[in-house]
Design a protein around this ligand. Sequence first.
Ligand SMILES: [Zn+2]
Length: 246
Amino acid sequence: MLEVSRLKPILKKTAIVLLSILFVGKMLLWFPQPAFAHKVEYKNFTVYATNPINGDVGKIFDSVIEQIKRSENYNAQYSHRIFLCEPGTFYHQLLFTENGSYASNMTFRHNIFIFPFADFERNTVTRAHSTTSYRLDQLLAHEITHTFMTDKLPSWKKEGYAEYIASYRVGYVESGDLKENAITLLTSKDYFLTNELGIPRPLPYFKARTLVEYLIFIDGFTFAQIKSDSITDDKTMAALKKWADR
Ligand SMILES: [Zn+2]
């Protein structure tokens, strides 16, 4: 049996090694800049990429600003860091999980990692081996909205509000478009549901957005009020169903 006096240094060394691994891991997430050779800045946004960035970055971010400025706790001075982690790059391998989302907004430093191919010219994000695209400006607006959320909240409130901010367009009809989406949600059995913009969204996101928009447009709640524990997805779903049936 190992004596306690001999075991102690081993435990100490093991602890140092484990802490070092943890530290390096955190540094990779908090300060990824060295791994990205290219950088473009526009207003308070910085985009880091492995490959040169083509297209009108300013046009995309002006569209993003139009969306995010409507979010509660919006801070126009905040410096946003966006890292394009396209398939095949080191950070894609490090962070992307199959069936994972298009992007990730890491807490603490709020570095935003984008995993599909991002095209600033065409305003699209496209996954590897996929022919369907999503809008780049909407994805960015969604992720940046998370940066302004400071509270711990159920996923449907966080994702629903981010989707609401990222999807809103001039001409949106609060009763009409919402009702159309509510009926789609209540009647379709598909996993991808097509919204009023003609964009297919995964069921959890589509549902979360519809519930949050119901609370905002029909109940007249602010997001600060929606955060209350008394508002649940089950209760909101029941109210939405009643409203859509009318
Ligand atoms: Zn999200």
